[in-house]
Design a protein around this ligand. Structure first.
Ligand code: 13P
Length: 281
């Protein structure tokens, strides 16, 4: 199937598509191999702060190459860019989707920066995700302290003034590990879903319950972002595998174990978001 846009990947089945943060070759292979083994679509994301680190443009190119060669539909996605320049960088690398995150701005400024990105992206067939409301928490080293839930009364104005393929919402979800049990405002999600004419995106997937995922998907969530769980799965596998024979400094076996651990975690999530959630409704 190969590289597909966000718009295309969200139409392949009636559930939600898992979107997983990628940090290196092995996490990229784990995420894409999971989709291939499951015969399901996947979104491989790289965060804007990660892509902008020295040397990581090559990682972006690797992700695009892996996606093109994949037997599964893979969307290569720039996550949480706050500026047009990083979106252009990702588009030049061959990404099929970008997120412009103007959630820290006023509604008018968010519309303005989003339109600058869609103008460029539309011309080259790249999908765009935007965000309304802001999520608390730390993502790829960047912290948001002032969370604000998505105001349903802004949704119509935002969507009728822009041309985005998906909208990320803030309904109590947060990046990183939740302190205590996460509480999602489903009444708010319903109000947003009643107005929105594009698929909705749930960020901050790590730590949400299967019941919350199922309810969200049934109400119009089509993309679910998982970042922290990728990092935890990878690093736990690294530590456990290296403990077996620390003196070996096994730079062949350890990365393979990390890749396999990420792959198994992603397989479970892809299956649940695409089909398994229906059993909980
Ligand atoms: P978590 O790190 O909480 O899973 O969130 C990831 C995310 O939403 C990336 O945009």
């Amino acid at each position: 199937m190969g590289l597909v846009t966000l718009e295309e990947v969200m139409k392949i089945h009636d559930g939600a598509v898992g979107a997983f943060s990628t940090y290196d070759l092995y996490s990229a292979q784990g995420i894409i191999n999971a989709a291939e083994e499951k015969g399901l679509p996947v979104i491989a994301m790289i965060g804007s702060p990660v892509l902008n680190k020295l040397g990581n443009e090559e990682l972006g190119e690797i992700m695009v190459n892996l996606a093109k060669k994949s037997s599964a539909p893979v969307c290569v996605f720039l996550d949480h860019s706050k500026d047009l320049a990083t979106c252009i960088k990702a588009i030049r690398l061959g990404f099929s989707a970008v997120m412009i995150d103007g959630s820290h701005l006023s509604l008018e400024e968010n519309i303005e920066v989003t339109n600058k990105v869609t103008e460029v992206a539309r011309g080259v067939g790249v999908s765009v995700e935007a965000e309304l409301g802001a999520l608390a928490g730390i993502e790829d080293g960047e912290e948001v302290k002032n969370a604000k839930m998505t105001d349903p009364t802004h949704v119509d104005k935002f969507l009728s003034s822009t041309d985005v393929d998906a909208l990320a919402v803030s309904i109590g979800n947060a990046h990183g590990l939740y302190k205590g049990e996460p509480k999602l405002d489903f009444e708010r999600l319903q109000k947003i879903a009643d107005i929105a004419n594009v698929p909705l995106v749930l960020h901050g997937g790590t730590g949400l319950t299967v019941e919350q995922f199922a309810k969200g998907v049934s109400m119009g969530i089509k993309k679910i972002n998982i970042g922290t769980e990728v990092k935890k799965t990878y690093i736990d596998a690294f530590i456990e595998t290296s403990k077996v024979n620390p003196a070996a400094h096994d730079m062949v076996g350890i990365p393979l174990a990390c890749k396999d651990a990420v792959k198994e975690m992603v397989k479970d999530k892809l299956e649940f978001f695409a089909r398994g959630y229906k059993e909980l409704l």
